[in-house]
Design a protein around this ligand. Structure first.
Ligand SMILES: [Zn+2]
Ligand SMILES: [Zn+2]
Length: 147
């Protein structure tokens, strides 16, 4: 995969690929940025799927970090999915969901981002802990330092 998610080969054992994507020129990535685990290819899918059917995974199956081709929306959706599996008070869960919903917008000023992320952290501390690699890609270091 290149950093924009164009598939070069779905099997790095036998596939042929260069250092740059022939379609967009972006760097080719084979492993997770965060933990270095190989990005899952076809060969884990039962029933031999061809390249045309292969869709690169959005998240590392080891550490849960988002791959570079996943946008802000995909990352926040993933946090919401994980929120669904948390054992939270239903009212808190709804509040956190609403914060994440609002954080989908990239145009919030810093104060508002800080306030909203602060509530997520406070109400869903386990989600916060377990999703650090993902959350780090959504919040600037400056804001994180103030949470
Ligand atoms: Zn590309
Ligand atoms: Zn990873």
């Amino acid at each position: 995969m290149c950093r924009r998610g164009h598939v070069q080969t779905s099997d790095i054992q036998f596939g042929d690929y260069g250092k740059r994507c022939p379609r967009c020129g972006a760097e080719i990535v084979l492993v997770c940025d965060s933990c270095g685990t190989r990005i899952r290819g076809d060969y884990y899918v039962p029933g031999a799927v061809g390249l045309s059917n292969y869709k690169p995974p959005d998240f590392c199956d080891d550490c849960g970090n988002a791959h570079p081709w996943v946008g802000r929306q995909g990352r926040i959706y993933e946090l919401q999915n994980r929120l669904d599996t948390e054992q939270l008070d239903p009212a808190d869960q709804l509040t956190v969901r609403e914060q994440l919903e609002a954080l989908l917008s990239a145009d919030l000023d810093e104060d508002e981002q800080r306030r909203r992320w602060g509530r997520v952290k406070k109400l869903a501390p386990q989600l916060w802990e377990s999703s650090q690699p993902l959350i780090n890609t959504l919040i600037s270091a400056a804001i994180q330092g103030q949470l």
